[in-house]
Ligand binder design. Sequence first.
Ligand code: FE2
Ligand code: FE2
Length: 247
Amino acid sequence: MPSYKTLGCGVAGLLWLAAVPFVSAAELKPASSGAAGKAMAAEEETNISVLEDLMREHGVLDRLLLIYEELLRRLEADKPFPPETLRSATDIIRDFIQDYHERLEEKYVFVKFRYAQAFEEMITALQRQHEAGRLLVKDIVSCEDLRSPDEKKKLMASMRAFIRMYRPHKAREDTVVFPTFHALTYVSEYDMLGDIFEQEEVRHLGSGGFDKIVSRVEALEKKLGIYDLSSFTPLPAAESRGKGEGA
Ligand SMILES: [Fe+2]
Ligand SMILES: [Fe+2]
């Protein structure tokens, strides 16, 4: 991870970055009444921190990339797949990853780095990738009915580009952006931001929204035969040879 010195920030820059506020007092008011308030109270029981929240959302993104890889494998091999699996995976990417997770990153995480003029190139690249991802999803939606060989080609190219971009995108956020963000945030501010994220989750996804998203992803994995975690474990060499001989 690059140091702040190499980025030209130095200790003074680091202290200044820590002091940059992200949220106003008005935004910190808990939803205390009505359906949203009750839903939030239930959510609060889980006490998920900001980074746990963002990283479990990355876990969903990983599983969606795995679904895309399986769909791409079948498209390349001219093997069939239930068409609703592609539509549904793309819907979750657009509604959950792009319109929810990425908006949170832009509104609360990237903004802090921009104020401090730290990791500027990386944050600019990540922002551009969010925008490029939205365009790729539009391309995928426009071709998902596979009306012609050209559409199939365009669909596969868009899916490949999507997977190729999001793997390093997510990895950079996990290993550089999120830990730095955490290290530079006051404990009280970090805790308050956790409350805001919970409110955002209830507002965007409804009560128990994250669990519902995971259930939808699991259903797609089951339809495509990639749900069983053990199926990804390599077989011992002898067993593998035996299977190969019998096939
Ligand atoms: Fe991102
Ligand atoms: Fe992310």
